[in-house]
Design a protein around this ligand. Sequence first.
Ligand code: UD1
Ligand code: MG
Length: 429
Amino acid sequence: MSLSVVILAAGQGTRMKSSKPKVLHEVSGKPMLFHAIDAAQTLSDDITVVLYHQAERIEKEITDHYTDIHFHLQDAIEFPGTGGAMKGIVFEHERILILNGDMPLITTQSLQALVSGDADINMSVIEMENSSGYGRVIIDESNVKEIVEEKDCAPEQKMVKTVNAGIYAVKKELLDRYIPALSNANAQSEYYLTDIVKMAVDEGRIVHPVYVKEEEFKGVNSKLDLAEAEVIMQQRIKEKLMMAGVIMRLPETIYIDSRAIFEGECILENGVSIQGVSRIINSHIKTHSIVEDSILENSDIGPMARIRPESKIIDTHIGNFVEVKKSILTGVKAGHLSYIGDATIDEGSNIGAGVITCNYDGKAKYQTVIGKNVFVGSDTQLVAPVIIEDEVIIAAGSTINKNIARGELAISRAPLKRVAGFFDKFFGK
Ligand code: UD1
Ligand code: MG
Protein backbone atom coordinates (compact mmCIF):
# COMPACT_ATOMS: atom_id res chain seq x y z
CA MET A 1 0.00 0.00 0.00
CA SER A 2 1.34 3.42 -0.86
CA LEU A 3 -0.86 5.39 1.51
CA SER A 4 -0.28 6.68 5.03
CA VAL A 5 -3.22 7.85 7.17
CA VAL A 6 -3.34 10.49 9.91
CA ILE A 7 -6.36 10.71 12.18
CA LEU A 8 -6.68 14.05 13.97
CA ALA A 9 -8.04 13.50 17.47
CA ALA A 10 -6.27 16.04 19.66
CA GLY A 11 -9.11 18.54 19.96
CA GLN A 12 -10.87 19.11 23.26
CA GLY A 13 -14.43 18.49 22.12
CA THR A 14 -15.86 21.14 24.45
CA ARG A 15 -19.31 21.09 22.87
CA MET A 16 -19.73 17.42 23.80
CA LYS A 17 -20.07 18.57 27.46
CA SER A 18 -18.55 15.37 28.76
CA SER A 19 -15.59 14.25 30.86
CA LYS A 20 -15.16 11.40 28.40
CA PRO A 21 -12.99 12.33 25.40
CA LYS A 22 -15.18 13.14 22.40
CA VAL A 23 -13.66 10.52 20.09
CA LEU A 24 -14.36 7.74 22.62
CA HIS A 25 -18.10 8.34 22.59
CA GLU A 26 -19.72 5.37 20.95
CA VAL A 27 -21.76 4.96 17.82
CA SER A 28 -23.42 1.54 17.53
CA GLY A 29 -21.27 0.18 20.35
CA LYS A 30 -17.91 1.32 19.03
CA PRO A 31 -15.97 4.52 19.85
CA MET A 32 -16.17 7.04 16.99
CA LEU A 33 -12.40 6.92 16.66
CA PHE A 34 -12.51 3.13 16.11
CA HIS A 35 -14.88 3.59 13.18
CA ALA A 36 -12.26 5.91 11.63
CA ILE A 37 -9.41 3.49 12.41
CA ASP A 38 -11.35 0.57 10.90
CA ALA A 39 -11.96 2.51 7.70
CA ALA A 40 -8.28 3.57 7.63
CA GLN A 41 -7.09 -0.02 8.07
CA THR A 42 -8.82 -1.09 4.87
CA LEU A 43 -6.59 1.41 3.01
CA SER A 44 -3.29 1.62 4.81
CA ASP A 45 -0.72 -0.11 7.02
CA ASP A 46 0.71 3.17 8.32
CA ILE A 47 -1.81 4.87 10.59
CA THR A 48 -0.96 7.70 13.00
CA VAL A 49 -3.43 9.06 15.54
CA VAL A 50 -2.73 12.61 16.75
CA LEU A 51 -3.57 13.16 20.42
CA TYR A 52 -3.32 15.87 23.05
CA HIS A 53 -6.38 16.23 25.29
CA GLN A 54 -6.68 13.08 27.45
CA ALA A 55 -4.00 11.51 25.28
CA GLU A 56 -3.15 8.73 27.74
CA ARG A 57 -6.71 7.57 28.12
CA ILE A 58 -7.34 7.51 24.38
CA GLU A 59 -4.02 5.81 23.63
CA LYS A 60 -4.77 3.08 26.15
CA GLU A 61 -8.21 2.48 24.69
CA ILE A 62 -6.68 2.13 21.23
CA THR A 63 -3.80 -0.16 22.25
CA ASP A 64 -6.28 -2.39 24.12
CA HIS A 65 -7.99 -3.08 20.78
CA TYR A 66 -5.44 -2.51 18.00
CA THR A 67 -1.80 -3.24 17.30
CA ASP A 68 0.41 -1.28 14.90
CA ILE A 69 -1.19 2.14 15.38
CA HIS A 70 1.32 5.00 15.71
CA PHE A 71 0.70 7.88 18.07
CA HIS A 72 1.77 11.48 17.72
CA LEU A 73 1.49 13.86 20.64
CA GLN A 74 0.66 17.34 19.40
CA ASP A 75 2.43 20.30 21.01
CA ALA A 76 -0.90 22.05 21.24
CA ILE A 77 0.41 24.88 23.43
CA GLU A 78 3.07 26.02 20.96
CA PHE A 79 1.25 24.87 17.82
CA PRO A 80 -2.51 24.83 18.26
CA GLY A 81 -4.83 24.02 15.35
CA THR A 82 -5.17 21.35 12.70
CA GLY A 83 -1.89 22.41 11.06
CA GLY A 84 -0.10 22.28 14.42
CA ALA A 85 -1.45 18.75 14.84
CA MET A 86 0.49 17.64 11.75
CA LYS A 87 3.85 19.03 12.90
CA GLY A 88 6.58 16.43 13.30
CA ILE A 89 4.75 13.35 12.01
CA VAL A 90 6.92 11.00 9.97
CA PHE A 91 5.13 9.22 7.14
CA GLU A 92 6.11 6.00 5.44
CA HIS A 93 4.29 6.47 2.16
CA GLU A 94 4.09 8.98 -0.67
CA ARG A 95 0.46 10.01 -0.21
CA ILE A 96 -1.19 10.96 3.07
CA LEU A 97 -4.89 10.69 3.84
CA ILE A 98 -5.92 13.03 6.67
CA LEU A 99 -9.04 12.03 8.61
CA ASN A 100 -10.83 13.37 11.68
CA GLY A 101 -11.48 11.20 14.70
CA ASP A 102 -15.02 12.49 15.08
CA MET A 103 -16.37 11.32 11.72
CA PRO A 104 -17.73 7.84 12.41
CA LEU A 105 -19.90 7.69 9.29
CA ILE A 106 -17.24 7.82 6.58
CA THR A 107 -17.10 4.75 4.37
CA THR A 108 -14.18 3.06 2.68
CA GLN A 109 -15.80 3.70 -0.73
CA SER A 110 -15.83 7.48 -0.23
CA LEU A 111 -12.26 7.46 1.04
CA GLN A 112 -11.28 5.47 -2.01
CA ALA A 113 -12.58 8.31 -4.20
CA LEU A 114 -10.42 10.75 -2.24
CA VAL A 115 -7.21 8.78 -2.64
CA SER A 116 -7.64 7.97 -6.33
CA GLY A 117 -6.50 10.14 -9.24
CA ASP A 118 -3.21 12.02 -9.23
CA ALA A 119 -4.05 15.56 -8.14
CA ASP A 120 -1.49 17.00 -5.74
CA ILE A 121 -4.27 17.47 -3.20
CA ASN A 122 -7.75 15.95 -3.20
CA MET A 123 -10.04 17.54 -0.65
CA SER A 124 -13.56 16.68 0.46
CA VAL A 125 -16.18 19.34 -0.12
CA ILE A 126 -19.91 19.51 0.61
CA GLU A 127 -22.55 21.75 -0.88
CA MET A 128 -24.48 23.03 2.10
CA GLU A 129 -27.48 25.30 2.41
CA ASN A 130 -26.35 26.44 5.86
CA SER A 131 -22.57 26.60 5.71
CA SER A 132 -22.00 28.35 9.04
CA GLY A 133 -19.19 26.96 11.17
CA TYR A 134 -17.29 25.47 8.25
CA GLY A 135 -14.32 26.65 6.25
CA ARG A 136 -15.54 28.03 2.88
CA VAL A 137 -13.98 26.60 -0.24
CA ILE A 138 -13.20 29.02 -3.05
CA ILE A 139 -13.36 27.15 -6.34
CA ASP A 140 -12.37 28.57 -9.71
CA GLU A 141 -12.82 26.59 -12.92
CA SER A 142 -13.28 23.34 -11.00
CA ASN A 143 -10.05 23.68 -9.05
CA VAL A 144 -9.81 24.78 -5.44
CA LYS A 145 -8.04 28.06 -4.90
CA GLU A 146 -8.32 28.58 -1.16
CA ILE A 147 -10.08 27.59 2.05
CA VAL A 148 -11.15 30.48 4.24
CA GLU A 149 -12.11 29.74 7.83
CA GLU A 150 -15.42 31.21 8.94
CA LYS A 151 -13.76 33.55 11.45
CA ASP A 152 -11.51 34.90 8.69
CA CYS A 153 -14.24 35.27 6.04
CA ALA A 154 -15.07 38.55 4.36
CA PRO A 155 -18.87 39.12 4.22
CA GLU A 156 -19.15 37.93 0.59
CA GLN A 157 -17.07 34.81 1.38
CA LYS A 158 -19.54 33.93 4.13
CA MET A 159 -22.16 33.48 1.40
CA VAL A 160 -20.21 30.62 -0.20
CA LYS A 161 -22.10 27.36 0.19
CA THR A 162 -19.27 25.02 -0.74
CA VAL A 163 -17.60 23.95 2.49
CA ASN A 164 -14.53 22.02 3.54
CA ALA A 165 -15.55 18.63 4.96
CA GLY A 166 -12.11 18.36 6.57
CA ILE A 167 -10.66 15.27 4.87
CA TYR A 168 -7.75 15.48 2.45
CA ALA A 169 -5.38 13.31 0.49
CA VAL A 170 -2.05 15.11 0.01
CA LYS A 171 1.28 14.22 -1.52
CA LYS A 172 3.92 13.70 1.18
CA GLU A 173 6.37 15.87 -0.68
CA LEU A 174 4.00 18.85 -0.24
CA LEU A 175 3.24 18.21 3.42
CA ASP A 176 6.94 17.89 4.25
CA ARG A 177 7.50 21.42 2.97
CA TYR A 178 4.22 23.17 3.81
CA ILE A 179 3.60 22.05 7.40
CA PRO A 180 6.80 23.62 8.80
CA ALA A 181 5.99 26.81 6.86
CA LEU A 182 2.46 27.35 8.21
CA SER A 183 1.83 30.59 10.05
CA ASN A 184 -0.72 31.46 12.71
CA ALA A 185 -1.48 34.95 11.42
CA ASN A 186 -5.27 34.52 11.45
CA ALA A 187 -8.32 35.31 13.55
CA GLN A 188 -7.80 32.33 15.88
CA SER A 189 -3.97 32.53 16.06
CA GLU A 190 -3.93 28.85 15.15
CA TYR A 191 -1.94 26.88 12.62
CA TYR A 192 -4.50 25.97 9.98
CA LEU A 193 -3.96 22.83 7.94
CA THR A 194 -6.30 24.37 5.40
CA ASP A 195 -3.60 26.93 4.46
CA ILE A 196 -1.70 24.22 2.57
CA VAL A 197 -4.28 24.62 -0.19
CA LYS A 198 -3.27 28.17 -0.96
CA MET A 199 0.41 27.26 -0.67
CA ALA A 200 -0.08 24.53 -3.28
CA VAL A 201 -2.08 26.77 -5.60
CA ASP A 202 0.61 29.49 -5.38
CA GLU A 203 3.11 26.90 -6.61
CA GLY A 204 0.88 26.00 -9.56
CA ARG A 205 -0.24 22.69 -8.06
CA ILE A 206 -3.68 21.16 -8.62
CA VAL A 207 -6.14 20.98 -5.72
CA HIS A 208 -9.10 18.89 -6.73
CA PRO A 209 -12.48 19.10 -4.93
CA VAL A 210 -14.14 15.74 -4.29
CA TYR A 211 -17.84 16.24 -3.63
CA VAL A 212 -19.02 14.04 -0.76
CA LYS A 213 -22.27 13.35 1.05
CA GLU A 214 -22.96 15.37 4.15
CA GLU A 215 -24.42 12.25 5.76
CA GLU A 216 -21.03 10.53 5.68
CA PHE A 217 -18.73 13.41 6.45
CA LYS A 218 -20.69 14.99 9.24
CA GLY A 219 -18.45 15.69 12.22
CA VAL A 220 -19.91 14.83 15.62
CA ASN A 221 -19.49 17.80 17.95
CA SER A 222 -22.41 17.50 20.37
CA LYS A 223 -24.60 14.81 21.87
CA LEU A 224 -27.30 15.83 19.41
CA ASP A 225 -24.88 15.08 16.54
CA LEU A 226 -24.04 11.80 18.27
CA ALA A 227 -27.69 10.74 18.35
CA GLU A 228 -28.12 11.69 14.68
CA ALA A 229 -25.03 9.71 13.71
CA GLU A 230 -26.42 6.72 15.61
CA VAL A 231 -29.65 6.81 13.59
CA ILE A 232 -27.71 6.81 10.32
CA MET A 233 -25.33 4.06 11.44
CA GLN A 234 -28.19 1.86 12.68
CA GLN A 235 -30.00 2.22 9.38
CA ARG A 236 -26.87 1.12 7.53
CA ILE A 237 -26.21 -1.86 9.79
CA LYS A 238 -29.79 -3.11 9.54
CA GLU A 239 -30.11 -2.61 5.77
CA LYS A 240 -26.94 -4.64 5.27
CA LEU A 241 -28.15 -7.43 7.55
CA MET A 242 -31.59 -7.60 5.95
CA MET A 243 -29.99 -7.83 2.52
CA ALA A 244 -27.88 -10.67 3.92
CA GLY A 245 -31.04 -12.55 4.99
CA VAL A 246 -31.96 -11.46 8.52
CA ILE A 247 -35.70 -10.92 9.01
CA MET A 248 -36.60 -7.83 11.06
CA ARG A 249 -40.07 -6.89 12.15
CA LEU A 250 -40.37 -3.09 12.41
CA PRO A 251 -36.63 -2.58 11.92
CA GLU A 252 -36.73 1.04 13.10
CA THR A 253 -37.42 -0.26 16.64
CA ILE A 254 -34.42 -2.62 16.66
CA TYR A 255 -30.89 -1.79 17.87
CA ILE A 256 -27.89 -3.77 16.66
CA ASP A 257 -24.27 -3.23 17.70
CA SER A 258 -21.88 -2.73 14.78
CA ARG A 259 -19.85 -5.74 16.00
CA ALA A 260 -22.75 -8.24 16.03
CA ILE A 261 -22.49 -11.21 13.68
CA PHE A 262 -25.46 -13.03 12.16
CA GLU A 263 -25.35 -16.38 10.41
CA GLY A 264 -27.96 -18.59 8.80
CA GLU A 265 -31.60 -17.59 9.10
CA CYS A 266 -32.39 -15.27 11.96
CA ILE A 267 -35.57 -13.45 12.94
CA LEU A 268 -35.60 -10.33 15.09
CA GLU A 269 -38.96 -9.05 16.27
CA ASN A 270 -39.67 -5.44 17.17
CA GLY A 271 -37.86 -3.80 20.07
CA VAL A 272 -34.99 -6.29 20.13
CA SER A 273 -31.59 -5.03 21.23
CA ILE A 274 -28.38 -6.84 20.27
CA GLN A 275 -25.47 -5.40 22.20
CA GLY A 276 -21.72 -5.93 22.36
CA VAL A 277 -19.94 -8.63 20.43
CA SER A 278 -22.76 -11.13 19.97
CA ARG A 279 -23.09 -13.97 17.49
CA ILE A 280 -26.57 -15.05 16.45
CA ILE A 281 -26.93 -18.21 14.39
CA ASN A 282 -30.27 -19.58 13.09
CA SER A 283 -32.21 -18.10 15.97
CA HIS A 284 -35.47 -16.31 16.64
CA ILE A 285 -35.39 -13.40 19.06
CA LYS A 286 -38.82 -12.27 20.11
CA THR A 287 -40.19 -8.85 21.00
CA HIS A 288 -38.24 -6.65 23.43
CA SER A 289 -35.50 -9.15 24.23
CA ILE A 290 -31.92 -8.08 24.92
CA VAL A 291 -28.79 -10.02 24.03
CA GLU A 292 -25.43 -8.75 25.34
CA ASP A 293 -22.01 -10.14 24.35
CA SER A 294 -23.38 -13.66 23.93
CA ILE A 295 -23.73 -16.51 21.47
CA LEU A 296 -27.12 -17.84 20.41
CA GLU A 297 -27.41 -20.84 18.13
CA ASN A 298 -30.52 -22.70 16.92
CA SER A 299 -32.48 -21.17 19.76
CA ASP A 300 -35.51 -19.02 20.38
CA ILE A 301 -35.71 -16.49 23.16
CA GLY A 302 -38.28 -14.09 24.53
CA PRO A 303 -40.46 -12.14 24.36
CA MET A 304 -38.80 -9.99 26.99
CA ALA A 305 -35.85 -12.22 27.75
CA ARG A 306 -32.46 -10.85 28.76
CA ILE A 307 -29.28 -12.70 27.86
CA ARG A 308 -26.38 -11.09 29.69
CA PRO A 309 -22.68 -11.25 28.78
CA GLU A 310 -20.71 -14.45 28.26
CA SER A 311 -23.70 -16.70 27.74
CA LYS A 312 -23.80 -19.49 25.21
CA ILE A 313 -27.27 -20.67 24.32
CA ILE A 314 -27.52 -23.61 21.95
CA ASP A 315 -30.58 -25.61 20.79
CA THR A 316 -32.49 -23.97 23.60
CA HIS A 317 -35.91 -22.45 24.21
CA ILE A 318 -36.04 -19.44 26.51
CA GLY A 319 -39.39 -17.87 27.26
CA ASN A 320 -40.62 -14.61 28.69
CA PHE A 321 -38.99 -12.85 31.65
CA VAL A 322 -36.01 -15.17 31.78
CA GLU A 323 -32.61 -13.66 32.62
CA VAL A 324 -29.48 -15.63 31.79
CA LYS A 325 -25.99 -14.51 32.81
CA LYS A 326 -22.60 -16.10 32.06
CA SER A 327 -24.17 -19.50 31.53
CA ILE A 328 -23.96 -22.31 29.02
CA LEU A 329 -27.29 -23.85 28.07
CA THR A 330 -27.39 -26.70 25.59
CA GLY A 331 -30.70 -28.28 24.61
CA VAL A 332 -32.58 -26.69 27.50
CA LYS A 333 -36.14 -25.42 28.00
CA ALA A 334 -36.59 -22.48 30.37
CA GLY A 335 -40.00 -21.12 29.52
CA HIS A 336 -40.91 -18.59 32.17
CA LEU A 337 -39.68 -16.14 34.81
CA SER A 338 -36.25 -17.48 35.80
CA TYR A 339 -32.81 -16.25 36.77
CA ILE A 340 -30.02 -18.47 35.50
CA GLY A 341 -26.60 -17.11 36.45
CA ASP A 342 -23.16 -18.77 36.43
CA ALA A 343 -24.73 -22.07 35.40
CA THR A 344 -24.13 -24.92 33.00
CA ILE A 345 -27.22 -26.86 31.98
CA ASP A 346 -27.11 -29.89 29.73
CA GLU A 347 -29.36 -31.48 27.13
CA GLY A 348 -32.97 -32.42 27.80
CA SER A 349 -33.27 -30.49 31.04
CA ASN A 350 -36.37 -28.48 31.84
CA ILE A 351 -36.26 -25.42 34.05
CA GLY A 352 -39.70 -24.73 35.53
CA ALA A 353 -41.31 -21.34 36.00
CA GLY A 354 -39.69 -19.16 38.64
CA VAL A 355 -36.53 -21.22 39.12
CA ILE A 356 -33.69 -19.15 40.57
CA THR A 357 -29.99 -19.92 40.75
CA CYS A 358 -28.84 -18.30 43.99
CA ASN A 359 -25.34 -17.62 42.67
CA TYR A 360 -24.25 -14.87 45.05
CA ASP A 361 -23.82 -14.94 48.82
CA GLY A 362 -23.01 -11.26 49.15
CA LYS A 363 -19.28 -11.88 48.73
CA ALA A 364 -18.62 -14.20 45.80
CA LYS A 365 -20.31 -15.85 42.84
CA TYR A 366 -20.76 -19.64 42.64
CA GLN A 367 -21.57 -22.15 39.93
CA THR A 368 -24.66 -24.26 39.38
CA VAL A 369 -24.17 -27.38 37.28
CA ILE A 370 -27.20 -29.27 35.99
CA GLY A 371 -26.77 -32.49 34.00
CA LYS A 372 -28.87 -34.10 31.29
CA ASN A 373 -32.64 -34.70 31.41
CA VAL A 374 -33.10 -33.00 34.75
CA PHE A 375 -36.58 -31.79 35.65
CA VAL A 376 -36.41 -28.73 37.87
CA GLY A 377 -39.87 -28.03 39.30
CA SER A 378 -41.29 -24.52 39.43
CA ASP A 379 -40.16 -22.06 42.08
CA THR A 380 -37.04 -24.01 42.95
CA GLN A 381 -34.03 -22.23 44.42
CA LEU A 382 -30.68 -23.73 43.55
CA VAL A 383 -28.22 -22.50 46.17
CA ALA A 384 -24.80 -22.46 44.50
CA PRO A 385 -22.31 -23.98 44.47
CA VAL A 386 -24.42 -27.00 43.66
CA ILE A 387 -24.26 -29.94 41.25
CA ILE A 388 -27.37 -31.73 40.00
CA GLU A 389 -26.37 -34.90 38.20
CA ASP A 390 -28.18 -36.41 35.19
CA GLU A 391 -31.79 -37.69 35.33
CA VAL A 392 -32.83 -35.97 38.54
CA ILE A 393 -36.31 -34.72 39.46
CA ILE A 394 -36.56 -31.72 41.73
CA ALA A 395 -40.01 -31.17 43.20
CA ALA A 396 -41.66 -27.76 42.83
CA GLY A 397 -40.87 -25.26 45.55
CA SER A 398 -37.67 -26.94 46.73
CA THR A 399 -34.60 -25.23 48.10
CA ILE A 400 -31.62 -27.26 46.91
CA ASN A 401 -28.44 -26.60 48.86
CA LYS A 402 -26.75 -29.99 48.49
CA ASN A 403 -25.54 -31.88 45.45
CA ILE A 404 -28.11 -34.35 44.06
CA ALA A 405 -26.97 -37.71 42.67
CA ARG A 406 -28.04 -39.31 39.38
CA GLY A 407 -31.58 -40.65 39.33
CA GLU A 408 -32.72 -39.12 42.65
CA LEU A 409 -35.86 -37.21 43.53
CA ALA A 410 -35.09 -34.10 45.57
CA ILE A 411 -37.88 -32.48 47.53
CA SER A 412 -37.71 -29.91 50.28
CA ARG A 413 -41.04 -28.64 51.47
CA ALA A 414 -42.65 -27.57 54.75
CA PRO A 415 -45.42 -30.12 55.49
CA LEU A 416 -48.86 -28.97 54.36
CA LYS A 417 -51.34 -28.34 57.15
CA ARG A 418 -55.13 -28.38 56.57
CA VAL A 419 -57.59 -26.87 59.10
CA ALA A 420 -61.23 -27.74 58.46
CA GLY A 421 -63.87 -24.95 58.82
CA PHE A 422 -61.27 -22.22 59.35
CA PHE A 423 -62.68 -19.83 56.72
CA ASP A 424 -66.16 -19.68 58.21
CA LYS A 425 -64.78 -19.33 61.72
CA PHE A 426 -62.41 -16.54 60.72
CA PHE A 427 -64.97 -14.47 58.84
CA GLY A 428 -67.68 -15.20 61.36
CA LYS A 429 -70.19 -16.84 58.98
C1 UD1 B 1 -11.88 22.30 10.37
C2 UD1 B 1 -11.39 23.02 9.13
C3 UD1 B 1 -12.60 23.61 8.41
C4 UD1 B 1 -13.59 22.54 8.08
C5 UD1 B 1 -13.98 21.76 9.32
C6 UD1 B 1 -14.79 20.53 8.94
C7 UD1 B 1 -9.22 23.88 9.77
C8 UD1 B 1 -8.42 25.09 10.10
N1 UD1 B 1 -10.50 24.09 9.52
O1 UD1 B 1 -12.44 23.29 11.22
O2 UD1 B 1 -12.18 24.25 7.21
O3 UD1 B 1 -14.74 23.07 7.47
O4 UD1 B 1 -12.81 21.28 10.03
O5 UD1 B 1 -15.26 19.86 10.07
O6 UD1 B 1 -8.66 22.81 9.70
N2 UD1 B 1 -7.62 18.88 16.00
C9 UD1 B 1 -6.38 18.51 16.45
N3 UD1 B 1 -5.58 19.48 17.01
C10 UD1 B 1 -5.97 20.77 17.11
C11 UD1 B 1 -7.24 21.14 16.63
C12 UD1 B 1 -8.04 20.16 16.07
O7 UD1 B 1 -6.01 17.35 16.38
O8 UD1 B 1 -5.18 21.57 17.62
C13 UD1 B 1 -8.49 17.85 15.43
C14 UD1 B 1 -9.81 17.73 16.14
O9 UD1 B 1 -9.73 16.75 17.18
C15 UD1 B 1 -10.74 17.29 15.03
C16 UD1 B 1 -10.12 17.90 13.78
O10 UD1 B 1 -8.79 18.20 14.11
O11 UD1 B 1 -10.76 15.88 14.88
C17 UD1 B 1 -10.87 19.15 13.31
O12 UD1 B 1 -10.79 20.12 14.32
P1 UD1 B 1 -11.92 21.16 14.60
O13 UD1 B 1 -11.55 22.01 15.76
O14 UD1 B 1 -13.24 20.50 14.63
O15 UD1 B 1 -11.79 22.05 13.28
P2 UD1 B 1 -12.84 23.11 12.78
O16 UD1 B 1 -12.55 24.39 13.43
O17 UD1 B 1 -14.20 22.57 12.84
MG1 MG C 1 -15.05 20.80 13.77
